[in-house]
Every structure is written in C-alpha cells, then in structure tokens.
Ligand binder design. Sequence first.
Ligand code: TMP
Length: 234
Amino acid sequence: MKKLDMLYEGKAKKVYKTDDSSRYIIEYKDDATAFNGEKKGSILEKGIINNKMSGLLFKVLEEKGIPTHFEELINDREMIVKEVEILPIEVIVRNIAAGSLAERLGLEEGTKMKKTVLEFCYKDDELGDPMINEYHIDAIELATKNEIENIKNYSFKINEVLSEYFLERDIVLVDFKLEFGIHKGEVILADEISPDTCRLWDKNTREKLDKDRFRRDLGNVEESYKEVLKRLNN
Ligand code: TMP
C-alpha cells in the first residue's frame, strides 16, 4: 500500500491517504499536549508505544466483537486503518473519580463510582471540548439516535473487556476517552487507546502510569508508558 498526501495532522497523530481509498495510514508522534494545547512537550518514543498498544488493544476488542478501524501495524509508528468519518463526539468512560470529574463533583480522586459513568464532549478545540448530553447531540445533529445507542453499547462493552484485560496485568482502568467514526454507514471504534487517552493506575501501589505524569509534572513519564506496554506484552 502506498502512502499518499497527509489528510490531517492532530496533536498526537498524522493521518495519510493511501492508494486504497478505503484505507488510511496513521502515524503516531511523540508530541504531547495537555489542557487543550496550553502545555506542550514531547515524550520520547511515545509514538511507538501508543501505536503498538493501540494495535494490541484494538485486536483484543475485535476478538470480543467490537468493530474497530484497525487493520494492521506496518512499522513502529504506523498502522493501516479503515477510512472513517470521525464523529465530533468524545466519549469518556469512568470507573473511578479522577481528573475533571473529581474536580467538578468535589470527589476525592480515587473514589470508586457505584456505576460506570459515561460522558460526552463536543470535539471542538476552539470551544475547549465542552461537555454535552444526548439532547445536544440530537439537537445539533452530531449523530443519529441509532448511532448514539450503538456508541453507548460499545463503550460499556469496551470498558468491560479492557478493565478485565488491564486488571489481569495489575493495572486499574480508571477512565478513558473513545472516539467513533462511520465506515460504510456503520459506527466503528476509531482514534487510539493509549496512556494518552486512558488513566491507568498500578493495582497495588496506585501509582499513575499514564499521561497524568506529563500533565501534572510527576516525572518518570517515558518509563511509565514503557511499563504499561511491557505489562500488556506479558
Ligand atoms: P478528564 O478527567 O480530564 O476529563 O479526562 C478523562 C479521560 O479522558 C482521561 O482518561 C484522559 C482522557 N482525555 C483525552 O484522551 N483527551 C482529552 O483531551 C482529555 C481532556 C481527556
């Protein structure tokens, strides 16, 4: 497959067209941003880890019946994916209060939620990705009712599969962000699943093994990303 023009460059990835109109190539970068791009930096070899980890987890999810855009890894930093039109909705799944939820509801970080919490944000950097609900999604036609039903069902299922998968490797899946796209008229999981988009805590020490180490200047950023991939490969 031949890599053609770049279609889009985001904060952490580049997307290229290919000579197959139904497939893209995604290249994962080491660039890291936080707080809607206010904080900028780079995490050495993050692109390699996020590419490999996303590939591995998309495969696990496909095996459990979740349709994803993933096709195959082609080198350390690149994967082939199905062409999708990304829905402008970020889906956040939370098992334990942390980050903006802990702040918003005045909960101590680490408080276990009695039920899984699902949130939606409108994917718009200029607006700072504001939180929205299903009425907003319907009213401004970000997705159809049927698409949202599928997104909710997939998100809960993904949470079940990934929580168990991480726990078997002594990692607690605290919360994570998903993006979905439309491929041939159907909703499929897209974007990435990595320490950039998940909060991952060591089961025993509760040590943070994700992008919060960069956001909050906690040190050992590269080491933590590497540790997660190492545990997933075991
Ligand atoms: P939050 O607590 O800051 O709202 O983040 C919730 C989850 O979503 C956390 O796992 C990090 C992830 N996330 C992203 O992947 N991208 C983002 O832009 C933000 C704000 C959060």
